[in-house]
Design a protein around this ligand. Structure first.
Ligand code: SF4
Ligand code: SF4
Length: 108
């Protein structure tokens, strides 16, 4: 009974009162590095195309890509790894030189 009352009390908390300790367990990473096994590029509906002619090598796209799908090259430029690029478009938004364009996969 006390346990049930505690559960109800927990549910009555407003969203702003919740902390990470109140949240139920969702996904769990069972081993480090396992994210690299996920071929996130398979989800993509849009493809990021990088134009080196416009790129100033600032690295902002590399820093902001949530899937670490942008690799630095020896010449200082960057290339997009389509195995992992899921087409979110963050790199295109952050690029100060408009060097990255998102195009529909169907157009490739
Ligand atoms: S953010 Fe744009 S300019 Fe900077 S490295 Fe990436 S592609 Fe090049
Ligand atoms: S579109 Fe998204 S996942 Fe793909 S390279 Fe750009 S930031 Fe990374």
């Amino acid at each position: 009974m006390a346990k049930k009352a505690k559960t109800v009390e927990k549910k009555l908390k407003s969203a702003l009162d919740l902390t990470w300790k109140d949240m139920e367990v969702g996904n769990i990473l069972t081993e480090s590095g396992s994210a690299s096994l996920r071929r996130t590029g398979d989800w993509r509906s849009q493809r990021a195309i990088l134009d080196k002619e416009k790129c100033n090598k600032c690295g902002l796209c590399w820093l902001h890509c949530p899937d670490a799908a942008i690799d630095p090259c020896e010449d200082g430029y960057y290339e997009i790894d389509l195995y992992y690029c899921k087409g979110c478009g963050i790199c295109a938004e952050i690029c100060p030189k408009d060097a990255i364009t998102m195009i529909e996969e169907e157009e490739v």
